[in-house]
Ligand binder design. Structure first.
Ligand code: HEM
Length: 522
């Protein structure tokens, strides 16, 4: 080919490519569309959205572009509408829930939406038949357990935790998580002995589904490499198969214990007894689905509770004045004993400090995405089908109109008239139920009551037993820092390891709590 013709051909192809780039750039950044950072064709904003502390960048964009309550962005062609105002979350995720309640596919899990019938991960399922029947089942079990005050399980495990804290205070991060895990193991299978395995399994799944987990959740095309070149898919297959086998083993063992008359009250027993009564009439398809929904329920109650409970420790160390207020309230209202769930109405300061901890340090700061199932128009903006609707919880909880002085820990906002969030009667409010952190509409969290109850019992137990204090470095005599802004970057976060001291409030309480370790005083 003549060099001139070749040159012309190259210029022609380049011209087409540049023309296409400019056209795409204009379409993406249409001034009539929702506001948002400038989008680069094909990339969107993948280049400057950090994987670590992603929510901080989302919030930065919210402050810049989200004054109208929403903004848009894109990652490698995936469209996001970030919701920064609670009213708009109500409009889009509650009032328009019938077509905005689907979930996006998590790339690094096989069939996370259960579109091909895997039936495994209730919170991640698309809005399909499996989700609908598993949600009903989970709702019934959680409601029944709440009404029965969890058969004393939370109180018992909180006491065991106190004893472990007295014995090995430096191990508090492990024992804290283990307490949550024991509660979920007991409620699900009437067996706390496998709490460590459940915790490992929980973090494995959480990591796999988080943008900060495998790189294939961000650079999604990598997931489609053939298996022989794809270490991510091979690792996930192993994790998935082990988890499923473990869940199934729990169900099989529980069946055997039920047959021998040894299975105490738990969700699995409720399921098995109903299965015996109703047989094929039950909506759950069989053992595989049952073991998954039960396993998932057990698992989700670990990392969700570990975050706020760890942040409670951080809050109390940094705010001794509020710690004293909680201790005073517990001592007076419970007349010197450890609080139980029955005491909840009498403990508004405790509830206010718990709620403020969750507002101040939200443990799902990005919120959980819904996916639009059809094209829609909102406030004149076109929202195409498939857009991920992300209710940015950090933006809701830092709204200065609703939460004046939003960056500070101010539990009085829930207790004193004059604050926008003050509500009476104080026997009921503040309550965690309905908080934006638990999500929206048809996908709203099913664990709100469990969370509130477990946190009241555990934080109340800590207030009864310990002064939570910074720890001194024996070499320098200085306090070890308890950082406020260091955490992992998973979808559900908790603070990075830190050091602190658990000082028993009296010899008598220390002795009493130590007796709890082997269930001597259940
Ligand atoms: C601080 C504690 C917790 C927080 C902040 C939290 C937050 C959330 C959020 C944001 C969602 C998604 C909502 C949406 O898509 O709009 C969710 C869903 C869910 N949560 Fe929680 N959660 C917590 C504790 C729990 C606990 C303890 C359990 C059960 C033991 C639980 C069970 C569930 C289930 C089953 C779903 C799936 C609902 C569905 O997809 O239909 N959560 N949670």
């Amino acid at each position: 080919m003549q060099p001139v013709i070749l040159g012309l051909l190259v210029i022609f192809i380049l011209g087409i490519a540049i023309g296409h780039f400019i056209k795409t750039f204009r379409e993406l950044n249409d001034p009539n569309g929702p506001p948002g950072p400038t989008l680069i064709p094909y990339l969107g904003r993948i280049h400057d959205l950090p994987i670590q502390y992603m929510w901080i960048k989302f919030k930065e964009w919210a402050d810049k572009y989200g004054s109208g309550g929403l903004y848009r962005t894109q990652m490698l062609g995936t469209k996001f509408l970030i919701i920064t105002d609670e009213k708009i979350a109500e409009d889009l995720l509650v009032r328009r829930a019938k077509y905005n309640s689907d979930r996006p596919q998590v790339q690094s899990l096989f069939d996370s939406k259960s579109s091909s019938g895997s039936m495994e991960y209730l919170p991640l399922m698309g809005r399909n038949e499996y989700w609908s029947r598993q949600r009903k089942l989970a709702h019934a079990y959680l409601t029944e357990a709440t009404n029965a005050h969890y058969h004393g399980v939370m109180y018992f495990e909180a006491k065991r935790w106190l004893a472990r804290l007295i014995q090995s205070p430096d191990d508090f991060q492990t024992s804290l998580e283990d307490m949550s895990s024991k509660i979920m193991c007991q409620l699900t299978w009437d067996d706390t002995s496998m709490s460590r395995e459940l915790t490992t399994s929980a973090w494995g799944l959480l990591k796999q589904m988080s943008p900060a987990g495998p790189i294939t959740n961000v650079l999604t095309p990598l997931w489609h490499l053939p298996l022989c070149l794809n270490p991510w898919k091979r690792a996930e297959k192993k994790r998935h198969d082990e988890q499923q086998a473990w869940w199934m083993q729990r169900l099989v063992e529980s069946k055997e214990r039920l047959r021998r008359g040894e299975l105490g009250h738990c969700w699995t027993r409720q399921f098995l007894e109903r299965q015996q009564r109703e047989g094929g009439k039950m909506c759950i398809s069989g053992d595989y689905e049952a073991s998954s929904v039960l396993g998932m329920l057990a698992l989700v109650g670990i990392f969700t509770i570990a975050g706020p409970l760890s942040y409670w420790l951080v809050a109390m160390v940094h705010h001794p004045e509020w710690q004293e207020a909680v201790q005073r309230e517990v001592d007076v209202q419970c007349e010197g004993r450890m609080p139980t769930l029955d005491d909840m109405p009498k403990l508004p300061v405790l509830r206010a400090c718990i709620k403020e901890t969750m507002r101040w340090k939200p443990n799902v700061p990005t919120g959980v995405a819904h996916e639009a199932e059809r094209d829609d128009v909102y406030n004149g903006y076109f929202i195409p089908k498939g857009t991920r609707l992300l209710p940015l919880d950090l933006a809701f909880l830092r709204n200065p109109k609703r939460y004046p002085d939003p960056d500070s820990f101010r539990p009085e906002r829930w207790l004193e008239p004059g604050w926008p969030t003050y509500q009476t009667p104080l026997t009921k409010y503040p309550t965690l139920k309905g908080m934006s952190s638990f999500g929206w509409g048809q996908r709203q969290c099913l664990g709100m009551a469990v969370t509130q109850d477990e946190l009241v019992v555990a934080c109340g137990a800590l207030a009864w037993c310990f002064n939570l204090k910074p720890k001194r470095d024996p070499v320098t005599g200085e306090h070890f820092p308890v950082p406020l802004d260091k955490s992992n970057s998973l979808l559900i976060i908790k603070p990075d390891p830190f050091r602190m001291e658990f000082e028993p409030r009296s010899e008598e309480r220390k002795r009493e709590a130590s007796r709890f370790l082997n269930g001597l005083n259940p």
